[in-house]
Design a protein around this ligand. Structure first.
Ligand code: PLP
Length: 403
């Protein structure tokens, strides 16, 4: 009789977004004429930049001609895109990489999820709390998380990120083998300074741990001294893997393109993690479409850069409107300066879900309850800056009016 991966049976189900959808549906059924404003899910709303579209059109035409048609591409990505990434995202910041240390993929979600394939299932994993749920669930699927008891996995190290520690994780008591860090952070919108990241890099090197660094939101960093890449920190190439994405940088959430950097200097257990990831990807992944990679490369042209910066600026302005508007309404807000997320403390210790319900029912605004991202998210809600500017302004006015 076939046996299944029983770790899947331990998963608590996708409670957060399905529960939000259930409550929103119940509300709209009861109030069919009410106009809801959705600042819950972190998806972009502006269309792809004209340069990206032009490059993709051109690539489509190439695919339609015998002389320029392309079949299977290189599974780690075309060099035209890897070279552009190398120059613009790394060399320009003083980080030297080799082109084959960059692996193009279809998403930071898949890569942060799949990276576990190259690590032993006995490893101890540390995650921030609250956290992007993919890190937790994929480790649970692999059997690294133990059992789910009272909203926590028994084998995971949770690093609480709360008001008292500035929403930054502290070095845990037990030494983890794999450490997930995400800056700028989803859901809290916080960033780490060079000095703060250096502490983690030194710790990982001293203890033989690996940092899995998700910088999907680096394009939203506004403050000049905040590192955009973990590899800006000395020694990081010997202890870190970095995940990046075109999703939020250039509106590719529906188009799909991302990349992961695995330095060749990263060796654990006598093995090159670069070689293991290359082996994993060449076996299980067949590359991102040529058309999409041409679109992604256009992001790095002067016009592409100008266009995506305009879009990012639009979202950053939304973030400012939310941050300042809610703050003026008497709420305590964090994030939103170097990230498209605003982490808002609920008033008078109200529970996350209670405040979510109140905003839904009274202000007709959809948010995300912080508790859905982990136990330490209780008492917070997350708002995203990815909405339309007018609707965002209106949502803030509505929230202010009910408080
Ligand atoms: N990493 C973080 C922290 C995210 O919040 C998200 C998406 O919301 C992703 C990765 C997924 O990115 P992608 O669209 O490249 O799969």
């Amino acid at each position: 009789m076939t046996k299944i991966n029983a770790n899947f049976l331990k998963l608590p189900g996708s409670y957060l977004f399905s529960e939000i959808a259930r409550r929103v549906n119940a509300f709209t059924e009861a109030n069919p004429n009410c106009s809801l404003i959705r600042l819950g899910i972190g998806d972009v709303t502006l269309p792809l930049a004209p340069s990206v579209i032009a490059a993709m059109h051109e690539a489509v035409d190439e695919m339609g001609k015998k002389e320029s048609f392309k079949g299977y591409g290189p599974e780690f990505g075309y060099d035209f895109l890897r070279q552009a990434i190398l120059e613009h995202d790394y060399k320009a910041r003083g980080v030297e990489l080799e082109i084959d240390e960059i692996f193009i993929s279809d998403g930071a979600k898949s890569d942060t999820g799949n990276i576990g394939d190259i690590f032993c299932t006995d490893n101890i994993v540390a995650v921030c709390d609250p956290v992007y749920p993919v890190y937790v669930d994929t480790n649970a699927m692999a059997g690294r998380a133990g059992d789910y008891i009272n909203n926590k996995w028994s084998r995971l190290i949770y690093m609480p990120c709360v008001e008292e520690n500035g929403f930054l994780p502290k070095i845990p008591e037990q030494v983890p083998d794999m450490i997930y860090l995400c800056f700028p952070n989803n859901p809290m919108g916080t960033v780490a300074t060079r000095e703060q990241l250096k502490v983690w890099v030194d710790y990982a090197r001293d203890n033989g741990s690996v940092i899995l660094f998700d910088s999907a939101y680096e394009a939203f960093i506004s403050e000049p001294d905040i590192p955009h890449s973990i590899f800006e920190i000395e020694g990081a190439k010997e202890c870190a893997i970095e995940f990046r994405s075109f999703s939020k940088t250039a509106g590719f959430t529906g188009t799909r393109c991302a990349y992961t950097v695995v330095p060749k200097a990263l060796v654990r257990d006598g093995a090159s993690l670069h070689a293991l990831w290359a082996r994993r990807q060449s076996t299980k992944f067949n590359g991102v479409s040529y058309i999409v990679q041409r679109g992604a490369a256009a992001v790095y042209t002067p016009d592409g850069q100008r266009e995506i910066r305009e879009n990012i600026q639009y979202y950053k302005e939304n973030a400012r409107v939310i941050r300042e508007g809610l703050s003026a309404a008497g709420l305590k807000v964090y994030g939103g300066v170097n990230a498209p997320y605003i982490w808002c403390k609920t008033p008078n210790g109200t529970g996350s879900w209670d405040f979510f319900d109140r905003l839904l029912n009274e202000a007709n605004v959809v948010t995300t309850p912080g508790a859905g991202f982990g136990p330490s998210g209780e008492g917070y809600i997350r708002l995203t800056a990815f909405g339309a500017a007018q609707a965002t302004k209106q949502a803030v006015e509505r929230i202010a009016a009910i408080l």
